[in-house]
Design a protein around this ligand. Structure first.
Ligand SMILES: Nc1ncnc2c1ncn2[C@@H]1O[C@H](COP(=O)(O)OP(=O)(O)OP(=O)(O)O)[C@@H](O)[C@H]1O
Length: 211
């Protein structure tokens, strides 16, 4: 699915930091992430995990240090459609139903090979809720609509900020299954979680972040 030279990491950060009013939000960090790899971003409340995710998603500018994508200085244009960010804000239109929300996402990013909205909604456990406005769904159901993008869209790097929040046991197992499938297909993922990550797909890399 994803072509990358094994010796070149998919993503690399060197002395990466972010400044607010000239003050660093977190101490400079170095890490790399290879295709097929999961990394857990660990740090206390307010240490800057979400800030880091937002930098990697291109929503904040790099404050200091460098980022490399497939061995080259990271340019947003080189990774359009390659990076999928699922944050605390789910990015859903409340008055649209799950099908319509996914149609918009696929219109912007395209479809993962072989994926379709009906089958994705079924797989994510939302069969029967396709036509329900999102505002009428429960917190966990809304989260599932957002997670459905992971199955639908063709990104190689997933940035998952607290992906287990609001999910029941079945939902948590579902996230782990999606992650395992993604990594096995050569994708990569960066995950933050305050709960225990019950992922069984091999030992993840750990990235420690300090304010
Ligand atoms: N929009 C903003 N404007 C100013 N400061 C902000 C903004 N967003 C976050 N911060 C500050 O930046 C720091 C890092 O926040 P961030 O959300 O990245 O932490 P976090 O590690 O994800 O925290 P948590 O574990 O609580 O989710 C915090 O001190 C926070 O108050």
């Amino acid at each position: 699915m994803i072509a990358t030279t094994p010796s070149v990491p998919l993503l690399e950060a060197r002395a990466l930091s972010f400044l607010r009013q000239d003050e660093p939000v977190f101490a400079p960090i170095d890490f790399q992430l290879d295709a097929g790899e999961l990394a857990l971003i660990e740090g206390d409340n307010g240490s800057g995990k979400t800030t880091l995710m937002r930098i990697l998603a291109g929503l904040l500018h790099v404050g200091a240090g460098e980022l490399f994508w497939r061995g080259k200085p990271m340019q947003r244009d080189d990774c359009i459609g390659e990076i999928l960010f699922l944050g605390h804000q789910l990015g859903l239109k409340a008055d649209l139903n799950p099908r319509e929300n996914l149609l918009i996402a696929a219109g912007l990013n395209g479809y993962r090979d072989g994926s379709g909205i009906a089958s994705v909604l079924d797989e994510i456990g939302l069969g029967g809720f396709e036509d329900e406005p999102v505002r009428r769904l429960s917190a966990g159901q809304k989260k599932r609509v957002a997670l459905a993008r992971l199955l639908l869209l063709p990104a190689s790097l997933w940035l998952l900020d607290e992906p287990y929040a609001n999910l029941d046991r079945i939902g948590i197992a579902l996230v782990n299954r999606l992650l395992e499938k993604h990594l096995a297909a050569g994708g990569a993922a960066l995950v933050t979680s305050h709960g225990a990550v019950s992922f069984h797909g091999g030992e993840p890399r750990h990235i420690r972040i300090h304010a």
